[in-house]
Design a protein around this ligand. Structure first.
Ligand code: UD1
Length: 364
């Protein structure tokens, strides 16, 4: 049985890795890694393959950057060619990036079965490109693997037949547990001169935060003030760096006291910074989940989240830039946050998915 595992952008690689390793052990299947090329820089893609023990992609569509329509259309055209040449028995897509939607749409139109891992998450904010990708992917996919009960409920409310929905847990936790020892041994936070559990880790890349000059500038000013008292480390995403440079904020941030800027880091290096920080400030989806699992406070610079399970009870809080400094003071004052790790966020998601696929094809 031939299974395509589709990966495209940085947050996808840690979602396919545990599944690839688990499927590779099974005699009844051959997993094939399909990289669409949405992320192509060495430090946005290749280093993740190295850290996660993934081989070079079997199929590389080489699509690269572009507008949403260009990127989606190019992935569809390239993937259609590959599917016509040799269709797999199942395509597994993950997350909510443009390539997730593009490969799903291409496969279902050719009658190839699609399973979506991380299905059912909803921010209910259709100004987010990811929300559109999630809605379309879940509407089309044959199998919906969800990470949490809220995702099941969202799908049921949308009228999805219950037999399509299967809660398998959070696959990112599998990657974290798979590499825990290497993450703990890594020296990144020490090499950067950061004090254990006494620094903040910042990431930013959402268009709503970084494409708008006014918004980006107020975030930067607030971060520079926070960094005066608490060191802040900021691995900068390429989209964000472009916008900081374009808006004349790059040198301001580089020179700000207590702020350390770096290029994007590898999975192990980045997770070492997460493991040892005091708290995170982010607009990423994955970091909201990883900090929930680890019990680390997280301030999410967004008006909503498709991961409400990280909020109640959880260490994550949605936060406007206007109150960011007050929220940081609250965290530093040691007010403890109640949290509970969601069910099935246990490092066993890949094995649940493998059992499901085996049963699914035995039943056909
Ligand atoms: C994409 C996903 C987003 C995910 C994020 C993680 C969509 C709509 N967005 O956003 O959901 O959270 O990945 O990073 O699919 N660039 C490089 N090198 C690269 C990749 C990108 O320089 O390897 C630059 C390019 O200038 C590109 C820009 O970053 O135009 C944005 O890349 P793109 O893949 O379009 O979106 P992301 O912002 O990375």
């Amino acid at each position: 049985m031939l299974i395509h595992l589709v990966a495209a952008a940085r947050p996808n690689f840690m979602k396919i890795a545990p599944l690839y390793h688990a499927l590779k052990k099974e005699p009844w299947t051959e997993p094939i890694i399909v990289h669409t090329g949405q992320h192509y820089d060495l430090n946005m893609s290749d280093v993740f393959f190295q850290d996660l023990g993934l081989p070079k992609p079997d199929l590389h569509l080489g699509v690269g950057s572009g507008t949403h329509a260009q990127q989606t259309a190019q992935v569809m055209m390239a993937y259609e060619k590959a599917l016509l040449k040799k269709p797999p028995d199942l395509v597994v897509v993950v997350g909510d990036v443009n390539s997730t939607l593009a490969t799903t749409l291409t496969a279902v139109k050719l009658g190839v079965k699609v399973a979506h891992l991380e299905a059912g998450l909803r921010s209910f904010d259709r100004t987010m490109p990811e929300e559109i990708n999630r809605l379309v992917t879940d509407c089309l996919a044959d199998i919906l693997w969800t990470p949490s009960p809220d995702a099941d409920e969202n799908l049921l409310k949308e009228g999805v037949p219950p037999e399509k929905i299967h809660r398998v847990g959070n696959i990112m936790i599998d990657s974290l547990e798979m590499l825990r020892l290497k993450i703990e041994k890594d020296q990144t936070y020490k090499t950067m001169g950061l004090p254990s559990r006494a620094y903040a880790l910042l990431t930013l890349h959402r268009p709503s935060n970084v494409d708008n000059q006014k918004c980006l500038s107020s975030i930067c000013n607030s971060i520079a003030r926070i960094a005066k008292t608490t060191p802040v480390v900021f691995p900068v995403h390429p989209r964000t760096r472009k916008n900081l440079e374009k808006n004349g904020l790059w040198s301001f941030m580089k020179e700000a006291e207590g702020l350390i800027l770096s290029d994007p880091l590898s999975y192990i290096q980045f997770m070492n910074l997460v493991f040892n920080c005091s708290f995170t400030i982010t607009d990423s989806g994955g970091i909201q989940e990883e900090t929930t699992y680890l019990g680390i406070p997280c301030l999410t610079l967004r008006p909503n989240t498709e991961r409400p399970i990280t909020l109640f009870p959880g260490t994550n809080q949605l936060c406007k830039v206007e109150v960011l400094e007050d929220k940081v003071k609250e965290i530093l004052s040691g007010k403890s946050l109640k949290y509970r790790c969601p069910e099935y966020w246990d490092g066993q998601t890949a094995s649940r998915v493998v059992s499901f696929i085996k049963g699914f094809f035995e039943a056909v």
